[in-house]
Design a protein around this ligand. Sequence first.
Ligand code: SF4
Length: 251
Amino acid sequence: MLTSGWKSVSMVDVHGRVTFTLWLCGCNLKCPFCHNWRIAEGLDCFPLDREALLDELEASAFLVDYFHVTGGEPLMQWRELSSLLAEVKLLDIPMSLNTNLTLVGPLEKLLKAGLVDHVATDLKAPPELYGLPEKPAKKLWRLFLRGLEVVSDYGIPLELRIPVARGLNAWPYIEMGLGRIESDFYVVLNPLVGKPLTNPRDEEWCSEHCWPEGEVEELRKKLEELGVQVHVNQFFELHSRHTGRKIPGRA
Ligand code: SF4
């Protein structure tokens, strides 16, 4: 199993929760804003020392709400992940999976085996945010919608992250996605940011679409009008306050 490492106590990977976070390598998408693209491309990766991970996880268990697996796309290595989660389950630690929800078959296998207690995913408008040509991106979007239904079928709580880009209207896709969710969920708006906060895969794309302006507040309002619980990524707000960068839409 290829990993780029883990963090035994993290307060930034699942909203309002403390996690033990593991990063797994590989991904089937090419999102232009991806700041973990080196992990997604399998760079900076090495074989997981499972014993060391489980020892450290056991020692940190009393501090964490979830063992959170992210990437890259963790389901690219779903067989090995499934056997790792089966071991974590024996430690009685709830498990959270951050997935792009396009590998629906593997996802269902993990859910069926009772190996996932919480899912986090990005709702990305195709084709732009997938970084792929229109046809495959639209196909992946349909798989994503099916993934949302599967998560709901199993009654798994969902953190729906919405990457917010400057100058792109994602609302029709957001409405489509919301229509597929029947389990407990909340939204985290993730305004896309570039350097120095992140190292995006495509800097040229980011110079055009990162650091959204009115889009964040506009989306927050629309979602709240629908009765959706919404949070805005705290680091965007903190950074904006710290640097004096105006938070879009705020006086
Ligand atoms: S943002 Fe997520 S889904 Fe997109 S390329 Fe990066 S790791 Fe893959």
